[in-house]
Design a protein around this ligand. Structure first.
Ligand code: GH3
Ligand code: MG
Ligand code: MG
Ligand code: MG
Length: 298
């Protein structure tokens, strides 16, 4: 069991201190004295597990739990309730609201450690499954499922915050010919190389690249206006050319090249949804192909 970040939410300082002693130094333990302070803390910190008291001044633990489970950012964090309320009704209520476990006060250290360990093991396995379900098997970069989820999230975030969002659709030129000439296995190798090169050059902030389909990739650039997106697309075009993967059957160059379509929100004839944003990038890509490939169309 690796070390985890655990947040203790309890108005009683002694409880916080005892729980911290119980779980440190194995885990990194943080303490806050109210539900309100918890939400403030979570706005800027990440955590693997929350130990939550029920009876607190201000917002109580049940209300806090309800709120945690209604926010997509905090919903996946496992919560263990630690409360002096020891009735079955209280316990059932906590579990129904989404708590993973319920410990009654006064608690024994060994029980707390064991139950925390169980929840962290489940959390680790869930994280691993989530990660595996989001990774493309061949190229080992984020897959289409991850792309769709993240784009939708970034779209909502951008519209809400009034920030720009750009998408770059990337397609390898004459890749069918590449397979025909070099064989499917070399084709796979080429896809892996292109994928890792694209990822290595899209590391700014929350930018990411995913495998969108067969020999197509997509970059999502939150906060990037069209100028920034264009500059990145130009860089990607250059680094793929510099990879210098031989493609002697390509009519445009003697090496592998890519074509790109770029689209930005807000922009000319504003996209009204994330699918319109993609549609626009796709139109750009289509034009780039028509214009002879190895080029970028905004
Ligand atoms: P264009 O320049 O117009 O994009 O031409 P293209 O040949 O790249 O486009 P087309 O869509 O006709 O062909 C895409 C090819 O990509 C066909 C398909 O066999 C190949 N491909 C898709 N996925 C994989 C893969 O996982 N491995 C390999 N080796 N090839 C793949
Ligand atoms: Mg209390
Ligand atoms: Mg294609
Ligand atoms: Mg292609």
């Amino acid at each position: 069991m690796r070390s985890a970040r655990i947040l203790v939410v309890d108005d009683d300082e002694l409880n916080r201190v005892v729980l911290e002693k119980t779980l440190s130094p194995k885990h990194k333990v943080f303490g806050v004295e109210s539900a309100e302070a918890m939400f403030e803390w979570l706005a800027t910190n990440s955590v693997d597990l929350i130990l939550l008291d029920i009876v607190m001044p201000g917002m109580d633990g049940y209300e806090a739990l309800r709120k945690l489970k209604h926010d997509e950012r905090t919903q996946p964090i496992p919560v263990i309730i630690i409360s002096a309320n020891d009735s079955l009704v209280d316990e059932a209520k906590g579990l129904e609201l989404g708590a993973m476990d319920y410990i009654t006060k006064p608690f024994g250290s060994a029980i707390v450690r064991a139950r925390v360990k169980n929840q962290l093991t489940i959390k680790q396995k869930n994280d691993l499954l989530e990660m595996l379900a989001s990774i493309d098997g061949l190229t080992e970069i984020p897959n289409r499922r991850y792309f769709d989820e993240q784009l939708s999230r970034e779209w909502r975030r951008s519209v809400r915050a009034g920030l720009p969002l750009s998408v770059v659709l990337i397609d390898i030129d004459f890749f069918k010919r590449y397979n025909d000439h070099y064989g499917h296995q070399r084709g796979d190798e080429c896809l892996k190389k292109v994928a890792s090169t694209l990822v290595a050059n899209c590391q700014r902030g929350s930018d990411f690249v995913a495998r969108y389909g067969g020999e197509e990739f997509a970059a999502v650039l939150p906060g990037s206006e069209e100028g920034t997106a264009m500059a990145l697309a130009q860089k990607l075009k250059r680094v793929i050319e510099e990879l210098n993967v031989a493609h002697i059957d390509s009519p445009v160059a003697d090496h592998v090249t890519i074509s790109m379509g770029v689209s930005t929100y807000p922009g000319f004839g504003d996209a009204q949804s994330e699918s319109q944003l993609i549609e626009r990038a796709d139109k750009g890509l289509y034009k780039a192909k028509q214009q002879g490939r190895n080029t970028i169309v905004f």
